[in-house]
Ligand binder design. Structure first.
Ligand SMILES: Nc1ncnc2c1ncn2[C@@H]1O[C@H](COP(=O)(O)OP(=O)(O)OP(=O)(O)O)[C@@H](O)[C@H]1O
Length: 370
């Protein structure tokens, strides 16, 4: 039996590609200067992944999505869906691209005059799908989002979370391979947010739909995305796995946005309280990240990971955890711990140097009455 040939790296097939994209809007007033919203943005979204875009308000996130679904055209650069460059498509190609791309919005954008079923059926009607097939698909989609029993209700009778589930069903009606999600949970309470994110995860895993999600909420990106781009005033300053970008932001802009998220340092008041305690040792905050301490020196040790405790022990330094926490991010540990270290100054210095040499991020909290 012959085995179907697979691309060398099927996972890395590119679904969406932005190549040096710029977007400038004319200024609003008569003499107002043009507004540069996106500047030289390049990024690649892999087929089947959830790709997050984070950035503060006005960074250009919504504009980025609107360029991907063709609602805006770039001022410079190119946008590709698979092999197709959006700007080079004829009307028919554009229609096909639109049908292959679903979008959901913060404010749901449902038709108030149509029922739940009518909302989900709408894109199918536009696409010319006949009634029997339309009814079948609508029923299947409403079952998928758990709203089959609300088919004949109007949106105003639904909760925010239910409205967004209708939005998701409608976006999936034409069976797109790409779903663009614009702040879909920003209008929802935390519990409902969790339900909608779980549903989006299901869309990705069970239907194989690629998702690009923009949000200013770190929690949303953390819980759903595989990889993330950080957008700062119109520029992508960092791209990587959620784990890497969240546990070790490499740019000031990303650190500003994410920095405090997984790396909680004690406040000055907490530091003062810790210093007034009986220990009196030096305080250091260590970022906890899988893979740290597995740097070049790991080879010298035959690959064995030292672990923080072992390094302290080896240098005869007593280490007490006084602050911090570790949680799970993409199934791996991430967080920070503040230790109070007791031992000879030279021994503490040597232990910290050993950790740093292994690539561990260590910050000594300032001494004195901070
Ligand atoms: N059609 C337009 N004409 C002029 N300026 C625009 C237009 N659309 C967006 N902008 C401006 O572009 C900038 C980025 O907007 P965009 O909505 O993409 O940002 P965002 O990161 O999604 O922000 P938010 O999270 O607040 O929605 C803003 O300053 C906005 O005022």
């Amino acid at each position: 039996m012959s085995v179907p040939a697979e691309p060398a790296d099927a996972r890395a097939e590119i679904h969406v590609r932005l190549e040096r994209v710029g977007k400038t809007f004319p200024g609003r007033g008569r003499r107002a200067a043009p507004v540069v919203v996106l500047d030289d943005v390049s990024l690649e979204v892999r087929r089947g992944e959830v790709f997050g875009v984070i950035g503060s308000s006005g960074a250009g996130k919504s504009t980025l999505l609107r360029l991907i679904n063709g609602l805006e055209t770039p001022t410079s650069g190119r946008v590709y869906l698979g092999e197709r460059e959006l700007g080079a498509l004829n009307e028919r190609g554009r229609r096909e691209a639109r049908g292959d791309t679903g979008m959901i919005f913060q404010q749901f954008n449902l038709f108030r005059s149509r029922t739940v079923a009518g909302n989900v059926a709408y894109p199918l009607k536009v696409a010319g799908v006949g009634q029997p097939e339309r009814d079948r698909r609508v029923a299947r989609l409403l079952a998928f989002v758990g709203l089959l029993d609300r088919a004949h209700d109007h949106p105003e009778r639904l909760s925010g979370g239910q409205k967004q589930r209708v939005g998701i069903a409608r976006a999936l009606a034409t069976e797109p391979s790409l779903l663009l999600v614009d702040e879909a949970t920003s209008a929802l309470d935390p519990e409902t947010t969790g339900e909608v994110l779980a549903l989006l995860g299901q869309v990705n895993r069970e239907l194989g739909v690629t998702i690009v999600i923009v949000s200013h909420e770190l929690d949303v990106i953390r819980s759903l995305a595989d990889r993330v781009a950080v957008l700062d005033v119109g520029r992508v300053v960092e791209t990587g796995t959620v784990y890497d970008v969240f546990t070790r932001p490499r740019t000031t802009a990303a650190a500003r946005l994410i920095g405090t998220d997984l790396r909680e340092r004690p406040s000055p008041a907490t530091l003062a309280r810790l210093r007034s305690g009986p220990g009196g040792g030096r305080l250091v905050t260590v970022r906890v990240r899988e893979g740290d301490g597995e740097g070049e020196r790991a080879e010298e040790r035959g690959g064995a990971r030292p672990g923080l405790a072992h390094v302290f022990l080896a240098h005869q330094v007593a280490a007490e955890v006084v602050f911090g926490g570790i949680r799970e991010l993409q199934g791996r540990p991430a967080g920070s711990l503040t230790f109070e270290l007791s031992g000879a100054d030279a021994a503490v210095d040597a232990a910290l140097a050993a950790l740093r040499a292994d690539g561990v991020d260590v910050v000594e909290e300032p001494a004195g009455n901070a």
